[in-house]
Unconditional design. Structure first.
Length: 80
């Protein structure tokens, strides 16, 4: 990730509504034909972590969320 990508990431991260973003991510994963457990494994996160983020109990750490974003981008490229 270069400096410009990182700046964009920080700007987006600081203003995100993660519950809506996670629901959209789940839809994108389902549309790709991947199961959520497979997606979590690719992102190297646990189901409970995802649920905490989705429920709004915790904000994702930037490192973990960047892995989620990377996997979502791969799904997007694969669909195109």
């Amino acid at each position: 990730m270069n400096a410009l990508d990182f700046a964009r990431f920080l700007a987006t991260y600081s203003t995100m509504n993660f519950s809506d973003t996670i629901i959209a991510a789940e839809k994108r994963v389902a549309d790709s034909g991947l199961t959520m457990p497979e997606f979590w494994a690719r992102c190297e996160i646990h189901r409970a972590t995802w649920q905490r983020w989705k429920n709004g109990k915790f904000w994702p750490g930037m490192r973990a969320w960047s892995r989620v974003e990377a996997q979502l981008n791969r799904l997007k490229k694969r669909a195109a």
